[in-house]
Design a binder for this molecule. Structure first.
Ligand SMILES: [Ca+2]
Ligand SMILES: [Ca+2]
Length: 177
């Protein structure tokens, strides 16, 4: 019984260290009209950075009509997009299209968007931000990312713990019989 409990504890410890989280929020960046930008181990190939109309604290990323920016891990590892804040600016609204290895997703309203359970944004090698319209302007900020080797799934540890508890119950039932 002691062995089973120790094994369950080891799984939980591995799970805690397997994935790392990052937030790309452009803190400390100066305004720029393009060029690369790196933060927390992630790099935009080319990104406009501005201080006005940001959905989070200024500064933030921006896309003029038909502009595109792509985010990748500096280490080349795959990552998950957890959430993202977006503001659509201008009287003729722009549309933000996000593209990953697995497909595209369009946003045409302001908000903080949760992608933690969206398969398009899990285990991706790139994330492209594209103003697919020829109008308006887009701001994006607070890009929450989980990076690293796939975490050991919780169900494996839970099953192990469950097996241990069932075993304990069986021992107790035998003693009571
Ligand atoms: Ca950061
Ligand atoms: Ca910011």
């Amino acid at each position: 019984m002691k062995t089973l409990v120790l094994a369950a504890g080891t799984s939980l410890a591995l799970m805690a260290t397997a994935a790392t989280a990052a937030t790309v929020d452009f803190t400390g960046a100066g305004n720029q009209g393009g060029g690369s930008y790196t933060e927390d181990g992630f790099q935009f190939d080319d990104v406009r950075i501005v201080s006005g109309n940001c959905p989070g604290d200024a500064p933030c990323g921006a896309l003029n009509p038909n502009e595109t920016s792509t985010l990748t891990s500096v280490m080349g590892s795959v990552f998950d997009l957890t959430s993202l804040a977006v503001t659509i600016v201008g009287n003729s609204p722009a549309v933000l299209e996000l593209t990953t290895d697995f497909g595209s997703f369009q946003i045409d309203t302001d908000g903080v968007f949760d992608f933690a359970s969206n398969a398009l944004f899990q285990g991706i090698s790139f994330l492209t931000f594209d103003n697919v319209t020829d109008k308006g302007n887009i701001r994006f900020d607070n890009i929450e990312i989980a990076e690293g080797p796939a975490p050991i799934p919780l169900p494996a540890g839970a099953v192990l713990l469950g097996t241990a508890l069932v075993g304990l119950g069986a021992v107790r039932r035998r003693r009571n019989a």
